[in-house]
Design a protein around this ligand. Structure first.
Ligand code: ATP
Ligand code: MG
Length: 300
């Protein structure tokens, strides 16, 4: 089916990113609650149309670890992108308290499976793995969103966006600074997985901006400094897994198949983990801190 704006009721804002905002919306014809991302682009009609056509591959991106795509349309110079609403929000807001290893493992396994699916089934790499792009719901499901399906869209967004929280692999930062666009491969996503896991475990971005004089110094640290490590209290397997993801040499990093065979993730296979309860606890901790719900109500 095709979605258009007339059939949509905006419920409130779920969050803002570098390129636009994400709204919680109700789609009247289907009765489905969705998340709608608005991306402002200064592009002509024909380019917008080709982005919409490219986004169509997303209809094939159906897997338990991938946020479902419902459809996209354009209005003026904006692309609107409708996807599954994930009612627990993104990983970055779920980490108030120490994450138990079994939970960390389950989340990591989902991320790696999702990335393997994208690579094996759709021949795409994610290009933007980070905690805000890993979403959860109250059922305890863990899914990836915002992967690079549309070359046109990527190009239009690829500005000087190396912000103060970069999850880019060292080789990608180096390439970018030398204006080479294709110096990175699927193993660059593996680096971002490692960094995201540490952030989840520590509750903060592993290269804290306040410890660097400026963004340049921070990027230098990512490229040339020692890789960050998991905090104490996690198993040797967990430490080893993360260390391998964060190897400076991209060719030395494990493939997804190898990561799934790593003892850290093998231990997840038959584990009985109540993710729904963990999510419920994380949400109530977040509520206790004053954030009532992931939805910011619209002003009346
Ligand atoms: P960037 O712009 O660099 O990609 P970002 O991922 O934080 O950063 P958005 O993708 O615009 O920016 O998302 C903004 C926020 O909206 C996210 O942090 C996330 O918490 C929330 N969000 C995005 N998609 C959904 C969804 N499908 N369900 C629920 N919340 C979502
Ligand atoms: Mg995002």
């Amino acid at each position: 089916f095709k979605i258009n704006m007339d059939e949509i009721e905006v419920q409130g804002e779920l969050g803002k990113g570098n390129y636009g905002s994400v709204q919680k919306v109700y789609h009247r014809p289907t009765g489905v609650m969705m998340a709608m991302k608005e991306i402002r682009l200064e592009l002509d009609e024909s380019r917008l149309t080709s982005i919409i056509m490219e986004l169509d591959i997303l209809h094939r991106a159906v897997a338990p670890e991938i946020v479902e795509f419902y459809g996209a349309f354009t209005i003026e110079s904006c692309v609107y992108y409708c996807m599954e609403f994930m009612d627990a929000g993104s990983l970055d807001t779920l980490t108030a308290v120490r994450v138990p290893e079994a939970v960390l493992r389950r989340i990591t396994a989902a991320i790696v499976k999702g990335l393997r699916f994208l690579k094996d089934e759709l021949q795409i790499m994610h290009r933007d793995v980070k905690p805000t792009n890993v979403l959860m719901n109250r059922k305890g499901e863990i899914k990836l969103c915002d992967f690079g399906v549309s070359g046109q869209l990527e190009k239009s967004l690829a500005k000087t966006n190396i912000g103060c929280q970069s999850y880019m692999a060292p080789e990608r930062i180096k390439g970018e600074s030398q204006n080479q666009l294709s110096t990175y491969t699927v193993s660059s996503d593996v680096w971002s997985v490692g960094l995201s896991i540490i952030e989840l475990a520590k509750g903060c971005y592993p290269y804290p901006p306040e410890t660097f004089a400026n963004v340049f110094a921070q990027l230098q640290a990512i490229v040339y400094g020692p890789a960050p490590t998991l905090p104490h209290g996690y198993s040797a397997d967990a430490h080893d897994f993360v260390a391998k993801c964060l190897l400076k040499d991209p060719n030395a990093r494990p493939t997804y198949a190898q990561l799934l065979q790593h003892p850290f993730l093998l231990a997840d296979q038959n584990a009985d983990i109540d993710m729904a309860s963990w999510v419920a606890e994380a949400l109530s901790r977040r509520a206790a801190k004053g954030v009532i719900s992931p939805v910011v109500p619209l002003a009346a």
